[in-house]
Design a binder for this molecule. Structure first.
Ligand SMILES: Nc1ncnc2c1ncn2[C@@H]1O[C@H](COP(=O)(O)OP(=O)(O)O)[C@@H](O)[C@H]1O
Ligand SMILES: [Mg+2]
Length: 180
């Protein structure tokens, strides 16, 4: 079974392939509302209405190297298996927002996985892209911005292995602080 962090990586890769310069990843987790909501927003090429409709169909993909696109349909399937849903808002030239909602306590709800590692990997591998991660729970909000982090680091590259390890630990700790 795929972790939430695997889904994040997959959906973010779609944004990168769509030439996004900004990807915003929101995870909202509420014990009180028994909800886990994942939103991934990008400012990439976007899709027309027809494409959006077909994207949730596992036999649709605009890539030529592989016939089957599975990232979005898998996320949809996993969300719906918990009684949740998936929705996509997109417009050509404007960007795309993919939103998946899960019942947090449902047995089939995917584990969150290594979100900190995934965010750092996305940030390190895409120097020209702003990767913003926001985690909101009943206990508070944490935000990571790759752009702000790069400014803070100055001449030290974000993809330096020691920096990557340190950032991963920092993000993981911040997540843990407000996890419900
Ligand atoms: N954020 C996005 N921006 C533009 N097009 C997208 C985006 N996400 C998905 N798509 C379109 O939907 C298709 C299916 O995506 P996905 O299910 O992840 O499968 P795959 O990535 O293997 O093609 C992509 O090939 C692309 O055409
Ligand atoms: Mg994909």
């Amino acid at each position: 079974m795929q972790n939430l962090s695997d889904h994040i990586m997959d959906i973010a890769q779609n944004a990168i392939r769509a030439n996004a310069t900004r990807v915003e990843i929101d995870v909202e987790e509420s014990e009180a509302r028994d909800a886990l909501v994942l939103v991934i927003r990008d400012n990439g090429d976007g899709m027309d209405a027809d494409t959006v409709q077909r994207v949730t169909d596992p036999f649709f993909t605009s890539r030529t190297t592989r016939k089957v696109g599975l990232g979005v349909p898998l996320l949809k399937q996993n969300a719906e298996a918990t009684g949740g849903r998936l929705s996509i808002r997109s417009a050509p030239g404007k960007g795309t927002a993919v939103e998946a909602t899960f019942s947090r306590s449902h047995l089939d709800r995917p584990p969150v996985g290594d979100i900190a590692g995934t965010i750092v990997l996305l940030a390190a591998a895409n120097p020209g892209m702003e990767v913003r991660y926001r985690y909101v729970t009943d206990k508070g909000t944490y935000t990571f911005s790759s752009g702000e982090t790069r400014t803070f680091l100055g001449d030290t590259p974000l993809d330096d292995p020691e920096i990557v390890a340190a950032l991963r630990e920092m993000i993981a700790e911040n997540i843990k602080d407000i996890q419900v």
